[in-house]
Every structure is written in C-alpha cells, then in structure tokens.
Ligand binder design. Sequence first.
Ligand code: ADP
Ligand code: MG
Length: 342
Amino acid sequence: MLFDIRPKSSRRELFDREHELSILDRLVDRGDPLILVLGIRRIGKTSLLKSFLEEWNGIYIDMRGVSRESDLYRRFSMGLSMGIERLRRFLKNIRGIKVMGIEVELKWRGRDSISLTGLLEELNRFGERIVVVFDEAQLIRPPISSLVKNCIAYTYDHLDNITVILSGSEIGLLRDFIGIENPSSPLYGRYSYELIVRRFPRDLSLEFLEQGFHEVGLRVGREVIEEAVELFDGIVGWLVFFGRSYLDGMRNLELILDAAVNMAYEELCKLRRNEKLVLKAIADGARSWSQVRRYIEEKTCTVIPKSTLSRTIRRLEKLSIIDNYRFLDPIYMYASKRLRIK
Ligand code: ADP
Ligand code: MG
C-alpha cells in the first residue's frame, strides 16, 4: 500500500524510482566498491535501498542509535538474519558465527570471535556479489566510526565481491564522515558514485496521491490533492503522511499540515541556540549572510561573531536543512517560524 508509513521493501511496492534502481543495479553489477545514496529526510532513501536489495544478496544495517561496538555487531546480526538463507547456511561453520534457524549470532570478543573485517572477508568468499548498506551512516560516531571507516577502506581495496552503500539524510555530514577529500581519513581519495534521491516533480506527486487513494478506494477531489502537493511538495514521506492522515479521517488540510510541522518542530528543538536563530531568520525572510546577521542582532540585542555565524550556517547546510538561504523542505520552514528566540 502506497500510504504505508513504514519504508517500502519491495520493488513492487515502490512508486517510480525506476531510474534510481537501474543506476544502482548497474553500479553493483559492474562491481563498484562504494556508492553513496543521499537525500533529505523522508525523500525515500530507505525504501529505495530496501527495495533494491530485494534482488541482490544484501545486508541492511540501520546506524541510528548505534553508539557502541556491541550495537554494531547486533545490527549486523539482524541484517544477516533478515538476509538470504543461502548466505546464512554458508556462514554456519565459521568461527565466531552461530546460526540458529534464521537467527545469526556474532561473537566479537574473546576466544573464537570474529572481527568486522573478518566477517566481511568471509562474506567475500561467498562467491556472489554482496551489498552491505549502512543507512544514516553519518550518525556513526567515535569510537566506532574509525572501525567502520577502516573496514570500508579495507573492503574497498581488497574485497572484490562486496559493494558498500552508505546512505544519509544529512548530506554534508555524510560526506565529512567519509572524508574523501580529507588526507587523514582512511577513505581519502577513494572514488564513489553519488546517487541523489530527489523529490518527485509535481505531476508525479499528484499521481502518487491519486494512486494511493485509488488503492484504498477513497475518492478525493482533485483540488484537495493539488493543495496537498502545494503544501508538501514532492517529498514522498510527507505525501504519505498526508494520505494516511486523510485516510484515517482527518479531512482538514490545515490540521494535517499542523501535525507535520509539529513533527519537524520537535526535531528542530534539538538544535543549538545559534542554529535555531539562523533558521528563524531564514524562515522570516533573511536571504543573505548579512540579512541573517542583522535579523539576529536586532532580535537578540547581541552581536554574533562573524565566524560563529558562518560556521552555524555551514552546519545547517551540512545537516541538509537549508541551502543558499532556502529551506530544502517547506515543512521545516514552517517549523522554524515557530522557534522561539530566548
Ligand atoms: P528516508 O529514508 O529518505 O527518510 P523513507 O524511505 O523512510 O525515506 O520514506 C519515507 C516514507 O515515504 C515512508 O512512509 C515510505 O513508505 C514512503 N516512501 C518512500 N519512497 C516511496 C516510494 N518510492 N513509493 C512509495 N512510498 C514511498
Ligand atoms: Mg531512512
């Protein structure tokens, strides 16, 4: 069902994205070692990747909430448990790996344990291409970030049968994480294809909603659908949010928008004070560095150091919230208007 709020996991369920799937198929087929899949939150990266993996031997690992080595191994175990049975059977007799039914258990410390690199080396011996996806990879923090980066670098250089895909919503932070241009990064100088997942153009967004409502047998006026696309743009996660809310009986577009803006607002509340100030300035119409500065100084009656302001703007760009003094997602613009300046 198109209006299912969970990520899609099969090509059949996926609306459009044939072009992105064909690029991924081609890159993996030719044996690229590293691919980046980038796009703002709710644009459909996870759905694209999970559906893509349907036709490949894949291991999907969500890096949200992974802060310790034990978390990482647990997620790897989950990824293997959800993957193909042939692979589990293949791994069965390897030291450090226990397979019980579909459950895979990894022992990563002490006697008879297996390291992450060791595991990837074993996977490389499977004899078929294996795709390892790290979703929201920019969230990988020290101490495990160096472990993961070294492991990816090793895979890149030596394990020909493995393709690593790194995906992330905070595009600048993901690029920093990899550090392709940073000589001190283990991944320095490695080539990777960047696939940008984009919003649907207006006609596809309209079609998406029409098809979604048609699927559940609900007749919805064209004006409502057009207005929803106007508000939520081609960001598929918001279109699903709208469709689902409407389906569940919420027929007031303003209320649906309000609920979406609240969700975005909750996320923005976690930002630092200066970041919120900049977002509020841009939401209220500041369109340049000096306009942002003037806005903040007038509102707070304090002088913000130039370097601090520049750094703050850069960080918001890396978080993929703004680009060139514009919001990438209109809902975050509305949410920023609600931020209070204290
Ligand atoms: P991201 O990982 O970029 O944050 P998700 O894949 O989680 O985005 O998608 C957000 C929402 O949009 C989910 O409800 C998902 O089911 C839906 N969705 C994303 N892409 C598609 C698509 N191509 N077709 C149908 N639904 C989609
Ligand atoms: Mg996702």
